[in-house]
Ligand binder design. Structure first.
Ligand code: FMN
Length: 194
């Protein structure tokens, strides 16, 4: 078994997947890891919706439709990257399963923000556990997570929002390691009282 520091450092966002089923037992293990995340008042305000087949295809269609319009117009995306990005946007690189992680909202804004923090911790656990299981993931947020069409597909209750859509499957790529800003942590860390 890998050491936690190695898992944290080696996990990468995967945007191309093998056309291969993911055993349900593996999915259950990563869900258990997610469910062990810390949470505000131990409220565990997350829920997981696991999609394959038709509902997965429908989520891909919502993302793809938005991306086909957005990517060609986005000024910050270099021209040479547009083609590969549009290809990925068709079906999140072919991931056979998606796990949607939701969080519960509340009239109290602080409680809602804390629920999103907790759900985010659950997503990080999920992605790290998936890596340990030999699986790739990528955390998808942005437009697709807000669209009504997405909420309808997953039958999202009115008091919940989406923290992330996580395509999961066997990786078919080995992405370059993105550089860390301030790798020696001379600027991002302030030590007080040392
Ligand atoms: C909150 C959040 C939202 C993200 N949204 C997207 C997304 O919509 N599409 C995508 O391809 N990657 C998304 N990512 C993945 C990041 O692009 C990725 O983590 C970052 O580039 C660093 O690469 P790494 O995960 O391989 O270390 C998101 C990550 C986070 C934490």
């Amino acid at each position: 078994m890998k050491k936690i520091f190695d898992v944290i450092q080696e996990r990468r966002s995967i945007r191309k997947y093998e056309d291969k089923e993911v055993p349900v037992e593996k999915i259950k293990r990563v869900l258990h890891a997610a469910n062990w995340a810390p949470s505000n008042g131990n409220s565990q305000p997350w829920n997981f919706i696991v999609l394959k087949g038709e509902p997965r295809k429908q989520i891909c269609a919502v993302f793809s439709e938005w991306a086909q319009d957005y990517i060609p117009k986005a000024p910050y995306i270099p021209a040479e990257k547009r083609g590969p990005m549009l290809e990925y946007a068709k079906d999140f690189g072919g991931a056979p399963v998606h796990i949607v992680v939701t969080y519960e909202t509340d009239e109290d804004l602080i409680k809602t923000e804390e629920a999103l923090m907790a759900a985010s911790a659950a997503i990080q656990n999920l992605c790290l556990a998936a890596y340990e299981e030999g699986l790739g993931t990528v955390w998808i947020a942005g437009e697709v997570a807000y669209k009504e069409a997405t909420k309808e597909i997953i039958k999202l209750p009115k008091n919940q929002k989406i923290a992330g859509i996580i395509p999961i499957g066997y990786p078919a790529m080995s992405p370059p390691v993105p550089e860390r800003q301030d790798p020696d942590l001379t600027q991002k860390v302030t030590w007080l009282g040392f």
